[in-house]
Design a protein around this ligand. Sequence first.
Ligand SMILES: *Cc1c(COP(=O)(O)O)cnc(C)c1O
Length: 385
Amino acid sequence: MIPYGKQHITQEDIDAVVQVLQSDFLTQGPKIAEFENAFAAYIGCKYAVAVANGTAALHLSALALGVNSSTNVITTPITFCASANCIRYCGGNVFFADIDAATLTLDINKVEELILSKPAGFFSGIIPVDFAGLPVNMEAFKVLADKYGLWILEDACHAPGGYFIDSKGEKQQAGNGNFAELAIFSFHPVKHIATGEGGMITTNDDKLYHKLLQLRSHGMVYQGNDKLIENHGGWYMEMQELGFNYRLSDIQAALGISQLTKAGERLRRRNEIAAIYNKAFEGTNVEILSLPANIYHAYHLYIIQVSDRKKLYDELRKNKIFAQVHYVPVHLMPYYKNIDDYTGKLPRAENYYAKCLSIPMYPTLSNDEQEFVINMIKSHSKSEV
Ligand SMILES: *Cc1c(COP(=O)(O)O)cnc(C)c1O
């Protein structure tokens, strides 16, 4: 069986987890800060806050940014639904702008059109998604956000380690906080770094950082924090706002630390696999991404577009190749349709959805397996035209 994506757990990972199981802390121990510091260093940001999963990261980010029932936010329809749901959790309203047909990420011009179609001050924020691992040009989005007074929450779940080169020629890693207020990551096993369930929020903003720490743990302020309003003694802690238990455990953090040490080399392997696919599909009727210049793609997914996607999907399945579709557009989900029916209003997203297929992409995919996948797809697409 060849899935579209898969985690890679080594003996070192297992040893790291066992060590925590034999230690004093299964949760709220030293591995959390160690993972946060290592992750912040990897991404190149000031702060990282570990949380229970990527969805919790989005929820806390929306809360920290002050989303409420009068908040209107723009995101892409081609993402996992959690990118939009976080706004709904806080009672806010989600608006979708179409994707750019080449990068498959939020089209900045469509975002500006949407902003201008409403009264000034209508929108509060934008959630761009580094879809499939392609780092969005956050510098350009920052210019737009500043022009209209918006915040940016970057959903970087697909792109840890990916980067674009900015207008000054500098490397800007996805989620580094230089342009977006906050960015979020997921450690679901299908993502680059696996902790079972897990997530991270990254930022360079002190205030947001402290707010996130508090929200992650019941809205509680502990001893040693000068924000305490009263102090009755060593036991005393204060719940100052309504937070959650969105903590990551030390067991998961230890796995994350160990996984992170291999992230760079695995990212290079993903790019190697992508290069082989790119070459194999050149000049065929299998459509592949043409990348913008000056980006390093993180290849969470390798996506092709074909005219008879369902037939290819079924045929690959028969041969135990489990390709997948990313994603059913969020605006076509019954929940969002019931709020506002966008059907037909986002033609590029819908056209993409009609043709897209994510084919196997993970570091342990062998050359033989990849060749088998390529041959299956090529022989199918040849018979089609
Ligand atoms: C995986 C993912 C999430 C959610 O992460 P979980 O850890 O599964 O909650 C959010 N956004 C995107 C783009 C994702 O791929």
